[in-house]
Write a protein that binds this ligand. Sequence first.
Ligand SMILES: O=C(O)CCC(=O)C(=O)O
Length: 368
Amino acid sequence: MESVQVQKRLADFSLEAHDLYLNKSVPHLDGPPKPLQFYRDWIAPNKPCIIHNAYSHWPALSRWTPKYLREKIGSKVISVAVTPNGYADAVVGDRFVMPEERQMSFSAVLDIIEGMVQKNGVFYVQKQCSNLLQELPELVDDLEPHVPWMSTALGKSPDAVNFWLGEAKAITSMHKDPYENLYCVISGEKHFILLPPTDRPFIPYGLYQSAVYQEQDSGEFNVIDNTDSQKVPWIPLDPLNPDLERFPQYRLAQPLCCTVKAGEMLYLPSLWFHHVQQSHGCIAEVLSAAVHGGSVGLSVILHLYLSTTDQPDGNINVNDILEKVKSRHTQQITVYLITNGLHKSNSHKEETNQYFFWTLTVPILMEV
Ligand SMILES: O=C(O)CCC(=O)C(=O)O
């Protein structure tokens, strides 16, 4: 199929997804759902929602004041991301630049966030290695390290439980993750710009030399190349100020904006693009789980094209897949596809096989 036709089909697909099943804003639920209901209404159709009263019983909501945190974990040394401008893991010119990672006591971070100490740069506790459980286990009694109805719905506990604390200037650039995420805001608020996976044709990617910030004695930040690492595929577009001359196709994207306040929980399904900002001193717990099973309907199609890009050598027999798809009920297809795709999914491969991915996807969509 000609590339222009493929592009047109994909654009139509995205527009139809918005017309047929996506919401125009992120819906709010009054309380925590039953696992089956949550699975059916949100996980399976791969749609985000904000849940109220889902963790009102967590002591963290009332306890986590700066005073309490200083007493409880003030002397603990934690990893902090430092950047000159608040953008960690973002495209700067022709580089993908990661933050300088510093080890600091929790009190020293609070001193900066509370404005008691002035430092160059923007500080963000944002390590995504289950830092709540690994670096701050003393805080675990103040919350639950998993959300029971979500664990039941997904059939597993989170793979990572992260603690985020940051300044208002700290921004997370637009990206997607192969995880089902729950964002629990403990204090302050987080502002999200979300785009569904079906808007992928309108979101530009480039391949960038990876680099890291390093503060000099003068206080300036240099950008130092990671010469031994592979190029990184990342999104050069800033959804706060999209350069539509450079990326005209982004005009067709339909972002959803939402704010998640203290006590609220955002369910962000896997593969949704997200850009995140926050109020100053915002604290959030983020639970992430990679899933190996269960999505139906439209998300089957999305996972199907994911799995086609995850073949190690980009060499896949489409007929084999179509045979398997045709011979199963939807639920079973999904399990097959996800088992063979999502948990192995790797955005690097997806981007390097981009053309392969597009050309294969459309015939599969029509067959399904
Ligand atoms: O809270 C943030 O700043 C970003 C979190 C995020 O993007 C993630 O957990 O994938």
